[in-house]
Design a protein around this ligand. Sequence first.
Ligand code: TA6
Length: 244
Amino acid sequence: MQELLFVSEKAIFAPPKAIRGGVPLCFPQFGMMGPMPSQHGFARNVAFSVVEQEPWRVKLALEYDGSSQPAFPHPFTLHVIISICDNHLLQELVVLNTGPSPLTFTAALHTYIRVTDIHTAKVRGLSQGRYLDNLAALQQSTQEEEELGFSGEVDRVYLSTPNTIQVIDPSGKRVVTVSKEGFPDAIVWNPWIAKAASMADFGDEEYKVMLCIEPAVAGSGPVTLEPGAEWQGKQDLAYQSSSA
Ligand code: TA6
């Protein structure tokens, strides 16, 4: 059985380096959509504490007091609940504003899905979707194709997408379904050849066997929480065999 998630063979497991694979947490910003000087915020670079642990479910916490990141002096508590049920991987983000003033953030679950061959993989569910093209200074375009295929680097922030997006992997005879709640947007990314070669923690050929589908609060605009308010976002990853 092929893995659901991709992790690079060159991934570096040493904080503060984000792991090249799995589901890095982009928080309190996605990309450069926030005040932080480095992309994707800092949640993916720091250790969380384990607050609950059961055989198929774990709850992690990041309690931030607003002091260690000068560009982000806003306290919050971030909970991540991860569970496995049958062929589903479920993840939930819960953001609590623990500070005295409004908390504004963007976010993404930067999910690395394993595919058998990117040249035959397709993304279904984004037809006619409006997106910001990160390869063209975030210029807005519309996807005309019914299904998105890959023949080069793709780095797109789709806006207000349907909550079900599928990765069709005909070479692997399977379909991975991404179901999201609370995340209006979704990023689709494959680095392709040149960018793959430029990343030290990514194999030159690994672009062929991965595809990022990232539920996000991004291009549609940030979330702002009043003091004491809470926000939730979820994704359910499921795979099923398919001759499609
Ligand atoms: O999610 C797509 C993206 O924003 C790409 O632009 C690319 O930079 C990718 O994230 C990986 O970012 P990282 O900081 O993990 O190298």
